[in-house]
Design a binder for this molecule. Structure first.
Ligand code: FAD
Length: 466
């Protein structure tokens, strides 16, 4: 019987364990799996709290519909009827302390239609004029990578980037747009420029506009689940053989001995495996394989910290309500929060009981990461102060749920793709049969992590059959 260890019970490790178990059953393979998770709970960053009829996400709240693997997995584990789509109200950008409607026809902040941008209050005439250079500028020189900031500033100028692109993209990665790698985050934009020169024109070719009938709502972009995303974690967990999961045990080191791997666990025991999927963050992986100098490539990687503060209110306490699902904050505003979601409007079926409002705010950005070390009272006060600049809230929250995510957002800085490729190539040579997968490596979104978990299954099976 061959042993397969999967280290880390976040969505990546869970996916790998689930699909491996399916393959083992289907092909009647003489393999056993063991999912080893350091904490007492599976799910990693996916954590849902149910309180007083509210569904509160401490970590991710949804996944992109466009990337199919997450919905596919949810359906396979019996959650087809639990999938819910986001309410598609408008969203806003806070620039210079004022809320502006997101111009329609923008994709990740890049215009696909001229009119809404021309009439948007988000930009000055000078900024609009500069953004139009995209139509005439030549394509950039081919390069292996560049920062998102450099790329978009060159095409559209600083104003469009700072007032729209940056708050949207930095929000996803909790990073600095001038450090983040274009090729590891949105390589399609680079390819569009190389092919069509103008990004606006390229996007129009790539995503031809479907005429939207008047009064018909914009299609939803995200799925969540009734009961929150933890429902996915629980549905996978109940389908795994109970002896396949070890919780509350962490892997300290992985050593290769006689063609197998010895995993030293923190309970002083050793687990022997023939193949290993490391589905933990990069710093944990680096520590497990610390005897290999090629893992030093991760010395150049960092992970940033954010906190989220969820506040529950009576809807009547919010005097100045906003018709939309939330806003992101540009760096040129005096706010300390970086985004706020009106969760009860984004997820009207699931987030809050009738007549209640659930607001979820993020804190922590480059230069203000220490904010996560403040006390709960301080964080709540900062959030309420910021919110009261745009919404008039008359009552104290019914309750709050505060989550600190320290070093939880891996940064894909310029050169990330090559760095990961080089580590994986070295692993093929020095640690064959050990594979990296997860949010630190080839995509942070839940569907990206699921894709990596599935890819790891293929790699493990190919390796063990070879
Ligand atoms: P993790 O979830 O980090 O799981 C890794 C697991 O490994 C953990 O459980 C950890 O305990 C375990 N581990 C670590 N070291 C060891 C060890 N030595 N031994 C054993 N186990 C170990 N994505 C979206 O698609 N949509 C969103 O809305 C979204 N919002 C987000 C909001 C926040 C606040 C955060 C932090 C992330 C968000 N993301 C979102 C990103 C997404 O949640 C993550 O990228 C994804 O969940 C990572 O999954 P993972 O399995 O790769 O890693």
């Amino acid at each position: 019987m061959k042993q397969i260890a999967i280290i880390g019970g976040g969505i990546t490790g869970l996916t790998a364990a689930y699909y491996l178990q399916e393959q083992i059953k289907e092909q009647q393979l003489p393999y056993e799996i063991k999912l080893i998770e350091a904490s007492d709970q599976l799910g990693g960053k996916i954590k849902t709290v149910q309180k007083n009829g509210y569904t509160i996400e401490r970590g991710p709240d949804s996944f992109l519909i466009r990337k199919a693997s997450a919905a596919k997995l949810a359906k396979e584990v019996g959650l087809a009827d639990a999938l819910v789509k986001n309410g598609s109200g408008g969203s806003y950008i806070l620039v210079n302390d004022k809320l502006h409607k997101m111009p329609s026809g923008s994709f990740m902040g890049i215009p696909t239609e001229v009119r809404p941008f021309l009439f948007s209050s988000l930009f000055s005439w000078k900024g609009k004029f500069r953004a139009a250079f995209d139509f005439i500028l030549p394509k950039g020189e081919p390069v292996s990578d560049q920062s998102l900031g450099l790329f978009f500033r060159r095409r559209f100028g600083d104003e469009l980037v700072e007032n729209l692109v940056e708050p949207l993209l930095s929000g996803i990665y909790a990073g600095d747009i001038d450090d983040l790698s274009l090729m590891a985050t949105f390589p399609n934009f680079y390819q569009l420029e190389q092919k069509h020169r103008s990004l606006v024109k390229g996007l129009n070719v790539m995503m031809p506009k479907k005429k939207q009938a008047k009064g018909v709502k914009k299609p939803s972009m995200f799925y969540s689940l009734k009961g929150g995303l933890q429902a996915l974690v629980e549905a996978i967990e109940v389908r795994l053989n109970s002896d396949a999961v070890m919780k509350g045990v962490s892997v300290d080191q992985i050593e290769r001995m006689d063609g197998r791997y010895h995993l030293s666990l923190d309970d002083e025991s050793v687990y022997e495996a023939d193949a290993v999927v490391i589905a933990s963050p990069y710093f944990a992986a680096q520590n497990m394989l610390r005897q290999y100098t090629f893992m030093d490539a991760f010395n150049d990687m960092r992970a940033t910290s954010v906190a989220n503060v969820v506040l529950a209110f009576d809807q009547a306490a919010i005097k100045q309500d906003i018709d939309g699902t939330g806003f992101v904050v540009s760096r040129n505003s005096s706010y300390r929060i970086t985004a706020c979601t009106w969760t009860h409007k984004k997820w009207p079926e699931t987030a809050a009981p009738e007549g209640k409002a659930l607001l979820r705010c993020y804190l922590g950005k480059p230069g203000d990461e220490d904010v996560v070390n403040l006390s709960d009272e301080e964080l709540e006060e900062i959030v309420l102060n910021d919110l009261n600049k745009t919404m008039h809230i008359t009552d104290k929250p019914e309750f709050s749920v505060i989550t600190r995510w320290k070093n939880a957002m891996p940064q894909y800085s310029v050169g990330h793709k090559e760095r990961i490729h080089s580590v994986m190539e070295q692993m093929k040579e020095h640690t064959p049969g050990v594979f990296l997968a997860g949010g630190s490596y080839q995509g942070i979104g839940i569907p990206d992590c699921i894709d990596q978990g599935e890819a790891a299954v293929t790699k493990v099976l190919e390796y063990l059959k070879s």
